[in-house]
Design a protein around this ligand. Structure first.
Ligand SMILES: Cc1cc2nc3c(=O)[nH]c(=O)nc-3n(C[C@H](O)[C@H](O)[C@H](O)COP(=O)(O)OP(=O)(O)OC[C@H]3O[C@@H](n4cnc5c(N)ncnc54)[C@H](O)[C@@H]3O)c2cc1C
Length: 549
């Protein structure tokens, strides 16, 4: 047989495949982020965002994200001699991600170095860095959110706040007083009652002063390698909040047993576990019977982190979709130059910008919560933002994934990871219905929060007729008894969130963005999927503002 004289790989020419989206500053071209950060009082941290953005978009950090998810954490219940240790082993890439997050203060900078805009800067950093990898945000978020609860006991805060907010990551179990940096988790959910915390059965028996012995279980306890946990348990006078350290002051391990790690849909870099307490010692925080009221402050912060996490995921999903479409040709032209794809990308960009604007406005309210109106606005705004932004993330991720065609369905792209991560923020910290009902509760119990909400919307009055009409019909809808609205809770909350997002865009975004948002989200001109903006929309202007590089 004749040999054919040609290179061995002659059939394998790689053409029309985009270069990887790497080696870029995730923050630098995120105009919606940068404008919002300045608007909400954290313009002083723009350089910090660029530094973290450069790291988040680096090949190195992207590789950490892949490895931390491919090599999932492993539970080590016992040492080789049979002693119970209840530790979790992580891939080195997880530790690199955590080191960066802690060094950049994502877990505690606003508490450690308070200043105007500190929370806005922290939420913006969380949003930027989560684009490298989202799973490790869980312990970072819980540690950040635990501090205001701990402050309810000045003695505990004096002892443990410095170590929980330190910029040093020290993944070793030691007594808290010996640590240079520590993490705090949260354990509320039980098998028989997750959302309904009143059904919790874990018992807390008085042991010595403010120390109690906890016996029971938790069905979900993420980041079980943390140094301490805020836990809910039934004390003699009812459900109470406790601070439970993993290691006791004498160096022995507390009776905190990790039963197994959950095999999860996504969020695979992060360890989520089932745990049991066998007379584990814990310190009471807040009064007996006031457990939910005490821990709710932590939940409010983690809920806003869910908003930030979902906004971050949408931005990264858009960035990946846009990058692909700007490099891939089909039917004789770049995808990004073809009208239907432009419509899809612009619609994804709109959703992403609306999520980012809302996240930053809510972070600003947290920063300014000494102002009663801002605090009231945050009470309602965080609950409705958590509901809506987190609900939008899965469909946004699915549509962005499809922009990459088959490549988006393959694990070597980041899209499957974003897609699997997307539903989680809507589940934890209060699932969709629970959040929607919480909005109704806020309406019923804190009428000033509704006043603050409408005061905010009024700032945009006259900017867009569709927004004005939507705000009026919302006011009519809410004029009745909120308790009678339960069956319509989702519809109401969705509308409240859309009106709030639209008002922010009308006030602060370019006309093309606000106009397309109002037309499709309030004016009935959009369809059921992304990519259904009316042809008159300023697609080019929306995209020119949003391109990631
Ligand atoms: C990956 C992961 C990590 C987690 N980590 C932690 C952790 O670290 N610490 C922790 O404490 N928990 C954790 N959780 C638990 C999480 O907070 C709960 O799963 C969540 O709050 C829902 O509770 P549940 O699973 O018991 O569902 P349920 O409470 O049974 O709810 C099931 C469904 O019913 C709906 N529902 C509930 N009540 C009502 C109502 N009154 N009317 C209408 N609908 C209702 C809910 O919205 C939901 O859709 C984690 C969960 C996951 C998935």
């Amino acid at each position: 047989m004749d040999t054919i004289d040609r290179p061995i790989h002659a059939t394998h020419a790689v053409e029309n495949q985009p270069p990887p989206l790497a080696g870029y500053d995730v923050a630098a071209r995120d105009v919606a982020l940068l404008e919002g950060v300045r608007r909400e009082g954290a313009g002083w941290d723009v350089d910090g965002l660029y530094a973290l953005g450069t790291l988040a978009g680096s090949e190195e950090a992207i590789a950490w994200g892949f490895e931390a998810n491919r090599f999932a954490p492993e539970l080590r219940t016992h040492d080789r001699y049979g002693n119970r240790i209840d530790e979790v082993a992580f891939h080195p890439s997880w530790h690199r991600l955590m080191e960066v997050a802690v060094a950049h203060g994502l877990h505690g900078a606003p508490w450690r170095e308070p200043r105007a805009g500190a929370h806005v800067a922290r939420y913006a950093r969380f949003y930027v860095w989560s684009q490298a990898e989202a799973g490790h945000g869980c312990p970072i978020s819980m540690t950040y959110a635990a501090v205001p609860v701990l402050r309810r006991r000045a003695d505990l805060a004096a002892l443990f706040e410095p170590v929980l907010t330190s910029n040093e990551y020290q993944p070793v179990l030691l007594p808290l007083r010996e640590k240079r940096g520590a993490l705090c988790g949260m354990a509320m959910t039980e098998k028989q009652g997750g959302s309904d915390l009143r059904a919790n059965t874990t018992r807390a028996e008085p042991f010595d002063g403010d120390t109690y012995a906890l016996t029971g279980h938790k069905w979900f306890c993420s980041a079980p390698m943390s140094d301490a946990f805020l836990v809910l348990a039934q004390a003699p006078d009812g459900l109470t909040c406790f601070f439970l350290p993993r290691v006791l002051p004498d160096g022995t391990r507390n009776a905190f047993r990790i039963q197994r790690l959950k095999d999860k849909l996504g969020n695979r870099s992060n360890a989520s576990s089932e745990v049991e307490f066998e007379r584990a010692l814990a310190l009471r925080v807040g009064e007996e019977g006031r457990g939910v009221a005490t821990i709710i402050e932590m939940v409010n912060h983690t809920r806003l982190d869910c908003v930030a996490g979902s906004a971050s995921l949408m931005r990264q999903a858009f960035a990946q979709a846009a990058h692909h479409a700007r490099h891939r040709r089909a039917f004789g032209a770049l995808l990004a130059e073809q009208p239907v794809m432009q419509n899809v990308l612009a619609d994804l960009a709109l959703e992403s910008e609306a999520a980012t604007a809302l996240m930053l406005r809510l972070a600003g309210a947290v920063d300014r919560d000494e102002d009663a109106r801002e605090a009231a606005f945050a009470r309602l705004g965080i609950a409705l933002g958590k509901y809506w932004v987190c609900k939008r993330a899965p469909s946004h991720a699915a549509e962005a994934l499809e922009c990459l065609g088959g490549n988006g369905y393959v694990e070597e792209s980041v899209m499957p990871r974003l897609y699997r991560e997307a539903p989680l923020n809507s589940i934890w910290e209060g699932s969709g219905n629970v959040n929607a009902l919480d909005v109704l509760r806020a309406l019923a119990k804190t009428p000033d929060s509704l006043d603050a909400y409408f005061a905010e919307i009024t700032l945009a009055r006259g900017g867009d007729g569709r927004l004005d009409r939507a705000a009026s019909s919302l006011a009519q809808m809410l004029a009745g008894n909120p308790a009678a609205l339960e069956a319509s809770a989702r519809r109401i909350v969705e509308q409240m969130a859309l009106v709030l997002q639209a008002s922010l865009l009308v006030r602060h975004a370019p006309h093309a963005v606000a106009d397309a948002f109002c037309a499709t989200r309030l004016g009935g001109e959009g369809g059921a999927t992304f990519g259904t903006l009316p042809p008159t929309s300023g697609t080019k202007a929306i995209l020119d503002r949003a391109w990631p590089i």
